[in-house]
Design a binder for this molecule. Sequence first.
Ligand code: TYM
Length: 334
Amino acid sequence: MNEKKTMLSGIKPSGDLTLGSYLGPLHHWPKMIEEYDCYFFMADLHAITVRQDPAALRRRTLEQLAQYIACGLDPDKCTLFIQSHVRQHAELGWVLNCYAMFGELSRMTQFKDKSAKNADNINGGLFTYPSLMAADILLYQPDFVPVGEDQKQHVELTRNIVQRFNGVYGDVFKVPEPYIPKVGARIMSLTNPAAKMSKSETEDTGRVTLMDDPGAIMKQFKRAITDSDTERCVRYDPDNKPGVANLMTIYSTVTGKTYAEIEQEFDGQGYGKFKPAVGEAVVEILRPIREETQRLLSDKSYLEGVYRAGADKASHAAEKTLRKVYKKIGFVAR
Ligand code: TYM
């Protein structure tokens, strides 16, 4: 029997999707739906670990669904759903909390970063976030979890939880592999190449969102930080020229050109030509996505149909795993 492998990933609707969200994970996903049995979701349960404005959260969740479809995730070929519609996530999340250790949760870089940035709201959910993420993953028994570099640690923790759980109860969960793209796994802010381009940081002025119009995108690229190098040469050197390296990564991911080809293309031309060229390439790749998202957002009943059908399909698969887990740990069946 030649069964399709399974893949799953999600994005938090905690801010408007950025070029980082797109180039890191999202633009790889449509290529996967032909080959794998894929689940993609809007991680709204995760978004509330940081305070959200309710109306904005609702708007961004639906916008994100429209963006998934606009990027090429055909709902007839994969399962698209809203995390809070599938109650098994919260249920398995609780169970896995009891198999995730305080020490390992305390070591999560994202917990440390987010606690520092939200010192007035270091809530329990922020701390146990990785157990819920492990539940998201394990409910669907995926082979691969495509994520950007910053989520690798959480997938590794998921693997530890699986090993601990399976060690007690037998082979209940499949051990998932993180799937990190070779180029674009960490797109940095255009104004601060030391920080990742983030959708949820309000003060991040160096981001481009998927809904930005061409004028706004070009403005962002023209003011992108490069370096004060007197030679002003387009060369891939992330240690010494992180701003230029980030722009080259963006250009490479968008155009498919290698770093050597990009160096050759801008040889002797300085940054004056390079920055707008990257901006124009980004404008062209985002234009059809923005237009299709706007079209889909005006068809609320279509989007409703997609997320309802997605929740039904996802719940069916998730319930199978949850039943198995409940039985193994000794809960009485209803
Ligand atoms: P989130 O919402 O922060 O980011 C979603 C995905 O985008 C990637 N990413 C980036 N990649 C490249 N450059 C960037 N600047 C950039 N910013 C974000 C992230 O690595 C991630 O792949 N916990 C997850 C959401 C989640 C999830 C899951 C993912 C919840 N449950 C289960 C996979 C499987 C998160 O906060 O991602």
